[in-house]
Design a protein around this ligand. Structure first.
Ligand SMILES: Cc1ncc(C[n+]2csc(CCOP(=O)(O)OP(=O)(O)O)c2C)c(N)n1
Length: 429
């Protein structure tokens, strides 16, 4: 049986006392248990291991051994109770783990409400033995969800669920448990569950976001009214990407980035050009009228305004930063490796082996991201010594349209392409 299946079947409440005993034995000597349990315990995540550890009680407390049949000493005072409470603890650990794994699948990510996420059996408390009447029951969860419940070690099942839903099932979804290292997973977890990030936006920052958003929306509204019917690949619905780009550039400049190279296809390019790369409005509007702002910059003839690039020097927080948007042909995502290559060249030029002075921001359309193999090829190159750039920021602008592809079909293409194993596909979707 696969280790994951063993976990699912063996770690149920009825087995907790036996498993906790076996786990203690294994912790002392991994070879003293059946090899299948050696594999099982070795593969446990931090959450399950912590609960088994808690189920054992304090390390100094005398306790019975189910396995050796030794006489049971009196129950230890304080700490987690045995029996039913231990079953609850294990069940709540599995529920917490399920929210970290699958919570994003019930996140309300569609502002139009076209796609309402179906309830997942993994997130149903009943799956873990908590029926409607059990939700008010106090359970012991130790430090499992610190600091979500403000350092508490016990609480009601419904309160645990409420804080988990607030983090994982709101308008922000986070899928991170498949990250390769425990350090990466913990980085995401502490930020999502630890930081009070929803409240940490100051009034000044909110005003700045509103200003950037208004500029982005104002530009789209003006073009729509002034150039009716003109092909412009508007950013409608994705205007938030403009304040997001400002935030990313501000943050990066604060950490020493001197050059930001942006790559994107046509959607939102005009808005990015005026609001991020500061291309003069007059230039864009001249191009709408059929003119060319810098004819010498355009190779060949007849290239269109939503293919063109531009660059500028700005000051961010008192530091000079060069921002460039690379031109892109009609071929979606073709610019991705180009922008990463440019960043690498700048770093080499600066003699920057730490790869901290230049950074790529690659903006994708939702359908193009799912369908174009060049995206994955570019990701793969990030690990090659001759090509790595120290990390790029990838932003997917999901306007819920992919030409003739609707978003749910785009996701199918995406999962089928990169996750050929059906069980993993299930995990991702
Ligand atoms: C390589 C390539 N394949 C197909 C097309 C045709 N095409 C143009 S736009 C588009 C849909 C893009 O959808 P999405 O990535 O969601 O971007 P958006 O809808 O925001 O423009 C397609 C398939 C193309 N331009 N380039």
């Amino acid at each position: 049986m696969a280790v994951t299946d063993m976990l699912a079947t063996a770690l149920n409440g009825a087995n907790i006392a036996y498993l906790a005993d076996l786990y203690a034995q294994w912790a002392k000597d991994p070879k003293s248990v059946d090899p299948s349990f050696d594999i099982l315990f070795g593969s446990l995540g931090d959450d399950e291991a912590a609960v088994l550890q808690d189920a054992l009680g304090a390390s100094w407390a005398p306790r019975p051994s189910i396995i050796t049949g030794e006489e049971a000493p009196p129950p230890a005072k304080g700490g987690p109770a045995g029996g039913l409470a231990a079953q609850d603890s294990l069940a709540i650990a599995r529920l917490v783990r399920a929210y970290r794994d699958y919570g994003h699948l019930e996140a309300t990510l569609d502002p139009l409400g076209l796609k309402v996420p179906a309830p997942r059996v993994e997130l149903d408390p009943a799956t873990y033995g908590f029926g409607p009447k059990d939700l008010d029951r106090e359970v012991f969860f130790g430090s499992l969800i610190d600091p979500l419940l403000k350092g508490k070690t016990t609480g009601k099942v419904k309160d645990v669920i409420a804080v988990l839903r607030a983090v994982y099932c709101g308008s922000l979804g986070a899928e991170y448990m498949q990250a390769a290292t425990a350090e990466q997973r913990e980085w995401f977890r502490t930020r999502l569950e630890g930081d009070n990030w929803q409240a940490s936006v100051s009034v000044e920052e909110r005003k700045s976001i509103l200003r950037n958003l208004t500029e982005a929306e104002g530009f789209e509204a003006f073009c729509q009214k002034r150039y009716v019917g003109a092909k412009r690949f508007g950013l409608e619905g994705g205007e938030i990407s403009i304040p997001a780009l400002h935030a990313i550039i501000d943050q990066s400049a604060g950490q020493g980035v001197q050059s930001v190279a942006i790559g994107m296809a046509h959607r939102g390019r005009l808005n990015t050009l005026v609001n991020i790369v500061r291309k003069p409005y007059v230039a864009i509007f001249n191009e709408f009228a059929g003119g060319s702002f810098k004819p010498d910059n355009v190779d060949g003839s007849g290239d269109v305004k939503y293919h063109l690039g531009s660059s500028t020097d700005v000051e961010v927080g008192g530091k000079p930063v060069h921002i460039s948007l690379q031109p892109n042909p009609s071929h979606l995502e073709a610019v991705d490796p180009v922008v990463c290559g440019k960043v690498r060249a700048i770093q080499d030029d600066y003699g920057d082996t730490e790869r901290k002075t230049a950074m790529a921001i690659v903006i994708h359309g939702d359908a193009a991201f799912a369908g174009q193999g060049i995206v994955y090829e570019t990701f793969s190159m990030s690990k090659l010594p001759g090509y790595r750039t120290g990390g790029s920021i990838h932003m997917v602008v999901n306007n819920q349209v992919g030409f003739t592809t609707n978003p749910s079909l785009a996701i199918l293409v995406f999962t089928a392409r990169i996750l050929p194993n059906p069980s993993m596909r299930q995990f991702c979707m």
